[in-house]
Write a protein that binds this ligand. Structure first.
Ligand code: BGP
Length: 490
């Protein structure tokens, strides 16, 4: 008989919480043996697109970085000083009732240059303390192994993920942390928003000087991504051997797109754009390169170098779950546009969707797009999904009563949670929901504090001034209620 019942709400063990990344929170970039990561060398772009390439001046500053006093230009090196505030921060998350908290491990804290043979004990101890603190409150750690955080030493040594050598340095790092934290961490993911590697340095750790054409750059980026796919599969294999029962996820920046009109030319282009996004999960969930990429690679003069058993590795060790970030959607036309919407979405064919409002950074707010995204991914993969980033960057103001009344943030999150609930009712198997980001941190794309996401305000401005004091916003009490009622009381 065909079942006629369906889930009415979120499962009992739903992982409510929030997500962060080491380079945007920790600070302490040169403390206890740590050295710089690529993420900490990128200056932000005011408009909010990820400034993915390293200019000459930046590159020069990297080599001088350790003792340079140019840090003000690189706020990611300071984060919100989680390194020294983690106890207080985790207590605040516990107060909200968090079930899960996503952090990334800074690879450059464990292997400062990336190529050492023995890890930095002080770096390992820091995450021991952080995971123990989470465990104290029954908060499940969810750990990203690389959130744009390759040690810059590996960029300088062999141009990051452009070299196959990165695979062995990465898997030495992953084996180290799996062994060390095997009793503390069950949920892992390899590369944050792996698909953004098609836009360059921040995700590939590879410099592109000397490459002139877009195709040459794409060649380098897709090759780097192939090495990340292999590294990710090998890390999945290691994880299952070292921590039986632990789960490995891939992480996709899901860019839900619609055809801008029902003109078939727009529909075809929307499908093409969509496939360039789903290519990553096709490889990481299904374990093989999809046929449609052959044509794309041929048309862009791209050849992926593979070793004989790379394809077997991908097939044998796919991920256990698919995690995604979701912030916005786009509408695609057959024409190439290159406006702010295109920039914000990374889709060169994207145009403004007149049905949607945008954030001040041009990100189109589309809660129903989240329901569509979840259904699309579930229909295609039938693998558990995990929303590991969703949130709205805003300029927060402290009111006369000394508080932050962030009703706009509550509205954004409420609308997305409502639509996520619809997806669960549609039959999507969803593991949890983590907001970006529970505590104000440095924005990745703008490198500024003033693009805020938190339930907790951090007294720190774009120039690095402030007491670093933490203060709950209105959304803090709202989210606490959402978690306590398992999403019933929105
Ligand atoms: C995602 C990244 C995060 C985060 C978030 C918000 O793409 O995984 O690191 O920063 O976007 O973006 P931003 O900080 O640029 O507003």
């Amino acid at each position: 008989m065909y079942a006629t019942d369906y889930p009415k709400t979120f499962p009992e063990n739903f992982l409510w919480g929030g997500a962060t990344a080491a380079s945007q929170i920790e600070g302490a970039w040169n403390i206890d043996g740590k050295k710089l990561s690529g993420a900490e060398c990128i200056k932000g772009a005011k408009k909010g697109n990820i400034n993915s390439t390293l200019d000459d001046a930046t590159l020069r500053s990297i080599t001088e970085a350790v003792n340079s006093d140019s840090e003000k230009e690189y706020p990611k090196r300071h984060g919100n000083d989680f390194y020294h505030h983690y106890k207080e921060d985790i207590r605040l998350l516990a107060d909200m009732g968090f079930k899960a908290f996503r952090i990334s491990i800074a690879w450059s804290r464990i292997f400062p240059n990336g190529d050492e043979l023995t890890p930095n004990e002080k770096g390992l101890e820091f995450y021991d303390r952080v995971f123990d603190e989470m465990r104290k409150y029954n908060i499940e750690p969810v750990v990203t192994l690389s959130h744009y955080e390759m040690p810059i030493g590996l960029t300088l040594k062999y141009n990051g993920w452009a070299s196959r050598q990165a695979i062995s340095d990465f898997t030495r790092y992953t084996e180290t942390v799996f062994r060390r934290y095997k009793d503390k961490v069950k949920y892992w993911m390899t590369f944050n928003e792996i698909n953004t590697g098609t836009t360059g340095f921040h995700a590939t750790g590879a410099l592109e000087d000397g490459l002139k054409t877009e195709n040459e750059k794409l060649q380098l980026r897709y090759q780097a991504l192939h090495y990340q796919f292999v590294a990710s599969s090998l890390a999945t294999k290691q994880l299952h051997e070292i921590i039986p029962g632990a789960k490995m996820g891939c992480m996709l920046a899901r860019m839900q797109t619609y055809p801008a009109t029902c003109n078939p030319a727009d529909v075809v282009m929307a499908q093409k754009v969509d496939r360039l996004n789903l290519f990553f999960t096709d490889v990481q969930v299904c374990g093989e390169y999809p046929e449609y990429m052959n044509r794309y690679f041929a048309e862009h003069n791209i050849t992926i170098k593979m070793l004989a058993n790379d394809q077997q590795i991908l097939k044998k060790y796919p991920v256990d779950y698919l995690s995604l970030s979701y912030y916005m959607s786009s509408a695609t036309t057959a024409k190439e546009v290159n406006d702010l919407t295109a920039e914000a979405t990374g889709n060169q064919h994207a145009v403004r969707n007149k049905y949607l409002k945008t954030t001040p950074w041009g990100w189109q707010i589309d809660p129903q797009g989240l329901r569509i995204a979840l259904n699309t991914l579930w229909d295609r993969y039938r693998t558990p999904l995990f929303v590991v980033e969703n949130g709205m960057g805003s300029y927060d103001k402290i009111s006369e009563d000394g508080k932050v009344h962030d009703d706009y943030r509550i509205s954004y999150l409420r609308a997305h949670i409502e639509q996520m609930k619809e997806a669960v009712k549609d039959g999507v198997q969803l593991m949890g929901y983590l907001t970006w980001a529970p505590i104000d941190l440095v924005s990745f794309s703008t490198s500024q504090m003033s693009k805020r996401y938190g339930f907790v305000y951090v007294d720190l401005d774009d120039d690095g001034n402030g007491t670093l004091e933490r203060m709950p916003k209105d959304s803090f009490y709202w989210y606490k209620k959402v978690i306590a009622t398992n999403g019933e009381n929105l």
